[in-house]
Design a protein around this ligand. Structure first.
Ligand SMILES: [Zn+2]
Length: 590
């Protein structure tokens, strides 16, 4: 799979209308040449979100969000760039050639596996509804599942037979190769044919985000523990099922997660199904105790706030807690709700009720407090060695914060609770391998980073009137812009013109894949209205100011250098600097 070529992306941009696309999500009202709406990306009472049909971009004067139609889908639907391109290609009727499609080599396999999983799920569902499934149904009811849940989660049953599924699907002309690839059957040792992977188990289909069945979890029936010791048997990894990417229930939960702006993460299928059945919609199951970075990144597309629910007596508790650092690394907020000893979310909701569960969630502790509490109960002697162990575990988490303020506040808190002085914690933190530099400053959002209005205006004029560019280019270079972002935009703009490409802001934005630059381009397009003035005069004025500013900073620089040369007594250098300084003063402003 390669990158989708720019000409295809440009083609899609030319064919879709941003006003039409955004109207599918929020109501737009005409305002002169533009459209206006309440911003979907921040809370506001009067609309400051603008969409320009002429330039095919949007910009919010309230929060600084801005971009082209891809940017809107990325921001609103939390898509990856490629996914946004694919979605709009479909809408625009632009075909993305096979070799650039994500699933190109496996496209046939992928749909074959989805289809065979679907058939298998149907088969297991039917068995659960038949007399052979009676015991399994009874068991599911005792576990608190309703008929509705069984139907909507498409729960089934695999009979106690070696080849029920094989026979059924072979009769439908499904090849053994596909069944094996889907992980539904296994080959006998010594080459004596195949047998069903799932036997005498309750079958729980696993869906991807688009509601396609990609795998199965199979739970043992009670009372057969001696024959099948594993509580769960799951599908192996297949071309459609990559365990580390998988979050059970996300296809149902994604809208609620975005609306409520937080997600509850539980471990098992039933831990998900029971709360969900009681109306908790923003919940997913990790299907494992350790969360993966991929899972964290998928969640991040919908919310930055995570509450992980752990059983009070979770085995390998510390390992599970350590895995939560990945959320911190992704810049997300993570809290932990701990169930009383002996409960899992499923049994807790059934016995204590859904309100008690919601209260437990609302009282979740921060990762810091939770981890510290576990460590303090484990190393309780308060000996120097224990303190060192606790602090080294805690520093592992604190080191993952990229926000310096959080980092320093947590260090203080840790120092206070262990009675250790903060400076030595600082020193230890610096030693931790892979720690981000302590002084690192969080990137400031586009809105907060001021831009020089002269530079922005000049850039805007070039973006709007390509006829002005040649004249401007003869007089200044991209490096004459002090703002590194503008300098990059201008460089790209010159490059576009050199290659005979259009310089539409919406097209230029794709070139960067950087939300800050997109925001800046869009902000410029919507501000500094130059309709009235004489553009050539405005250009002259901007260039004059830029040059004079550049000269001022060069003068300041020379001034410093001259002082240094005087101090160090470097006569030759001093002479040379003085010459440059005087030349600069004599030279008139352009
Ligand atoms: Zn906004």
């Amino acid at each position: 799979m390669g990158h989708i070529p720019e000409n295809i992306i440009d083609d899609i941009l030319n064919r879709v209308d941003i006003v039409e696309v955004i109207s599918d999500y929020i109501p737009l009202k005409r305002a002169g040449r533009n459209f206006r709406a309440l911003c979907p990306f921040h809370h506001e009472k009067s609309p400051s979100f603008m969409v320009s049909p002429d330039r095919q971009i949007y910009h919010c004067f309230g929060c600084g969000a801005g971009g082209n139609v891809f940017g809107f889908l990325i921001q609103y639907e939390r898509l990856e760039f490629r996914e946004a391109v694919e979605a709009l290609a479909k809408k625009a009727g632009v075909a993305i050639p096979q070799q650039f499609r994500r699933d190109s080599p496996e496209a046939g396999v992928v749909s074959a596996l989805h289809a065979v999983n679907e058939l298998a799920a149907k088969f297991y569902e039917n068995i659960l509804g038949s007399p052979k499934g009676t015991a399994a149904r009874e068991y599911l009811f005792t576990r608190g599942l309703t008929e509705d849940s069984i139907r909507s989660f498409r729960i089934g049953f695999a009979a106690d037979a070696w080849n029920a599924l094989i026979t059924h699907l072979r009769n439908k002309n499904i090849s053994l190769a596909v069944l094996e690839k889907a992980g539904l059957i296994l080959s006998r040792e010594g080459g004596g044919g195949y047998y069903d992977r799932f036997r005498n188990r309750i079958i729980i289909p696993v869906f991807d985000i688009k509601s396609k069945i990609i795998a199965f979890g199979a739970r043992v029936m009670p009372g057969t523990g001696d024959r099948n010791p594993a509580k769960y048997v799951n599908s192996p990894e297949t071309p459609v099922y990559v365990k580390r990417n998988c979050l059970y229930g996300l296809h149902l939960a994604k809208d609620a997660i975005r609306d409520l702006d937080f997600v509850i993460v539980v471990e098992g299928y039933l831990d998900f199904i029971i709360p969900c059945q009681h109306g908790v919609r923003n919940i997913v199951a990790s299907s494992g105790t350790s969360l993966t970075q991929e899972q964290a990144r998928i969640i991040k597309r919908f919310t930055h706030n995570v509450v992980v629910v752990y059983d009070g007596d979770s085995a390998g508790q510390m390992a599970a807690v350590r895995s939560l650092d990945i959320f911190v690394e992704e810049g997300m907020q993570v809290k932990v709700a701990s169930l009383p000893e002996g409960y899992d979310p499923d049994s807790f909701v059934r016995e204590k009720g859904i309100e008690a569960f919601k209260i437990l969630i609302s009282r979740a502790a921060t990762l810091f407090d939770y981890k510290l509490a576990i460590l303090e109960s484990r190393f309780s002697s308060r000996s120097i060695e224990d303190k060192a162990r606790i602090s080294s575990e805690m520093l592992g988490t604190i080191g993952k914060f990229s926000n310096s303020i959080l980092k320093s506040e947590y260090l203080k808190k840790l120092g206070d609770s262990l009675g250790i002085d903060v400076d030595s914690l600082h020193a230890e933190l610096k030693k931790i391998k892979g720690d981000r530099p302590y002084a690192e400053v969080q990137p400031v959002p586009a809105k907060a980073r001021a831009v020089n209005p002269t530079e922005q205006l000049l850039m805007k004029l070039m973006l709007e009137e390509s006829s002005l560019v040649d004249g401007i280019r003869r007089r200044i270079e991209p490096s004459d812009f002090q703002d590194e972002r503008i300098s990059r935009i201008v460089t790209a703009l010159f490059d576009f013109l050199d290659h005979g490409r259009e310089v539409e802001p919406s097209i230029l934005i794709n070139h960067f894949g950087d939300t800050e630059i997109a925001g800046l381009i869009c902000e410029s397009a919507f501000t500094h209205d130059t309709e009235q003035g004489n553009k050539k005069e405005i250009v002259d004025d901007c260039i004059r100011r830029l040059k004079s500013k550049k000269k001022d900073s060069r003068k300041r620089f020379l001034h410093e250098e001259i002082k240094n040369a005087q101090k160090s007594g470097n006569e030759e250098k001093l002479h040379q600097l003085m010459r440059e300084f005087h030349a600069l003063i004599k030279e008139g402003v352009v």
